[in-house]
Design a protein around this ligand. Structure first.
Ligand code: MTE
Ligand code: MO
Length: 383
């Protein structure tokens, strides 16, 4: 059983498949700015590789000339400056179940809103490591177009060289998550973090990094993580679409709760306010908004009447770290009294004024990737 060494998972996780492990937390967990390690979604294609001594784990860099330079995790920590960034990882399948329900069946795991998480990642800059092995990171040679990553279990993917060497790209080789040693499920002892890009490029258990004139030839680069037109039902010309890298704009509702009487009581202790006073009871919506490429979320629009009228949610403070907006934007909306009943709609806008598509049909793709239609939430019950 290759899954023998897989870690035990938190019982609160909603398990889509156990071997390999694919699990997401319940929505409420995502109400916090940082997602706790034990509740961060797990997306494994294969088993969790067994590593006996994390500090002695080796990663080998293969230069374009074919030279190999190997570092242990201990050496990476000794040689390079440590960096921390807060960043979202989002699976291309996040919210796929919404597309399947409202746009038609898709292939893949039926993720709800939880195939996303936000964490503080600590490690060394890939840019620094590539410079150390002799790459001109300010002007990489024409031949070097991609950086390929290979995981210890055989998963592989790549990113364009420009992202890898970007001074403000914050691509890391990570050994800590939320100030704790990187958990097994999330790539211990070493994973790649490619902020702003689809999580499929953030290769876990990384053991080889290859500078190349071509992309990774793995199925995860060449096939699975691509989108095709709504007319393509299967068997596409895989080479006709680019591999997903930066992500589009996204938002979701993670909680619909009643402010109850607590707020009204606290607001005026001298008055005895009935806990059943309907006027003082507010419905509060909470959620996340996120865009790829480090693009900042500038607005979150909420409708309580099926899209006839809109209002803006409050964008909550985000203690983020990093060169660009790699984190999600937590938001909150207090539904005006009397407006509840028709359910809620939410959509986000990023700094490039990209926004989400209204429906799921026009964006439907048979693999159910990059679902980002406006989320429709019946009052008191997320979809
Ligand atoms: N890296 C390896 N080695 N093996 C994998 O199966 N899955 C990828 C990526 N890196 C994967 C991997 C995908 S598709 C996603 S969405 C993220 O890891 C999930 O990261 P997480 O499990 O830490 O949330
Ligand atoms: Mo993924």
């Amino acid at each position: 059983d290759p899954f023998e060494k897989d870690p035990t998972r938190d019982a609160r996780m909603l398990m889509h498949t156990e071997k390999p492990c694919n699990a997401e937390p319940p929505g409420e967990v995502l109400n916090e700015f940082l997602t706790p390690n034990e509740l961060f979604f797990v997306r494994n294609h294969l088993w969790v590789p067994d590593v006996s001594d994390p500090e002695e784990h080796e990663v080998t860099i293969v230069t374009f000339d074919g030279d190999e330079v190997t570092f242990t995790v201990r050496e990476l920590r000794q040689i390079f400056k440590e960096h921390s960034v807060t960043a979202v990882l989002q699976c291309s399948g996040n919210r796929r179940s919404h597309m399947s329900k409202q746009g038609g069946d898709t292939q893949g795991l039926p993720w709800d809103v939880g195939a996303i998480g936000n964490a503080k990642w600590t490690g060394v800059l890939l840019r620094d490591v590539l410079r150390e092995v002799g790459l001109d990171v300010n002007e990489p040679p024409e031949d070097v177009q991609h950086v390929q990553f290979l995981g210890s279990e055989a998963y592989g993917a790549s990113i364009p060289i420009d992202k890898a060497v970007d001074r403000r790209g914050d691509v890391l080789l990570v050994y800590q998550m939320n100030d704790q040693p990187l958990p097994k499920d999330h790539g211990a002892p070493l994973r790649v973090l490619v902020p702003g890009h689809v999580a499929a490029r953030s290769v876990k258990w990384v053991k080889k990094i290859i500078l190349s004139d071509e992309e990774s030839q793995s199925q995860w680069q060449q096939r699975d993580y691509k989108c095709f037109g709504p007319n393509i039902k299967n068997d596409p010309d895989w080479s006709s679409a680019p591999a997903i890298q930066e992500m589009p704009v996204q938002s979701a509702v993670t909680a619909v709760r009643s402010s109850g009487s607590k707020i009204s009581k606290g607001a005026d202790r001298t008055n005895v306010i009935s806990t059943h006073d309907a006027d003082s009871e507010r419905t509060i919506l909470e959620g996340y908004a996120f865009s790829g490429g480090g693009r900042t979320i500038v607005r979150v629009d909420v409708s309580t009447d099926g899209g006839r009228t809109w209002d803006q949610a409050e964008l909550l403070a985000s203690p983020s770290q990093g060169s660009k907006s790699w984190c999600w934007q937590r938001w909150q909306y207090s539904v005006p009294a009397g407006a509840v009943g028709e359910g809620f709609l939410v959509k986000a806008v990023d700094e490039a004024y990209n926004t989400q598509p209204e429906g799921y049909g026009p964006n439907w793709n048979f693999r159910g990737n990059l679902t980002c239609g406006w989320q429709r939430v019946p009052a008191n019950k997320p979809e």
